[in-house]
Design a protein around this ligand. Sequence first.
Ligand code: G3H
Ligand code: ZN
Length: 281
Amino acid sequence: MLTPTGDLVATARERGGAVCAFNVITVEHAEAIVTGAEDAGCPVILQISENAVRFHHGRLAPIAAAARAVAMSAGVPVALHLDHVVSAELLEQAAPNGFGSVMVDASHRPYRENVAATASAAAACHAAGLWVESELGEVGGKDGAHAPGVRTDPAEAAAFVAATGIDALAVAVGSSHAMLDRTARLDQELIVRLRRAVPVPLVLHGSSGVPDDELTAAVHGGMVKVNIGTALNTAFTGAVRATLDDRPELIDPRRYLIPARTAMAETVTAALRLLACPARV
Ligand code: G3H
Ligand code: ZN
């Protein structure tokens, strides 16, 4: 069933667990994520990034409608989130396309500009009924912008939340986007300091590169929304490759998409069992 993002995050926070948000690129992603969540018995967030919209020729509506339909037919609560949004035009399309939340991403801008852009976008999004996440201290790792040394300062984070009115804050604590190996080391002590300084839930981006023990410690320390994308694509593409290597004569895409979707669902179930069990439905 389709559920507001804010409700899933609030429940996870109350229970001391996390809610996982997985990146959707195609409809098979949405199907795999929901199957994985149903198998784990956990709520889940489907998130579509501005990058994924670009892949769909800049059109949000078709992939959003597909993800929303998958969410509505799910046997667990599923939220719909629009992720890493830079474009004001795309933000305006979030509510009409059924999203419960957005991430306003001005993290690449200098602090004052980030505050101003986020505050005005958050006001508009709140007026449209959306839950709003934003980022302070660029997580990095996309488009060559790898910046693993960047950290979010707790005092600045508190001021940022107060000045922007956002509902959740993505912070830089050592993870980096699109890592293929799980070697990231998180600053666990900083996570606790951020949780104490900031009144809203914390969000971890770039979670694919973080080992299990670091992830569970981060949730224990105060991360409430955990974003995972690359790990799903690794599982999916690995299964496509293995299937086609094994049977190069295959033509029907369903023959290699079925194992790919299954591999992705298993990755989702494992992540949810690790991080989201306290927030089970
Ligand atoms: O917003 C999405 C995420 O931060 C996913 O990052 O692809 O490195 O897991 P990842
Ligand atoms: Zn991210």
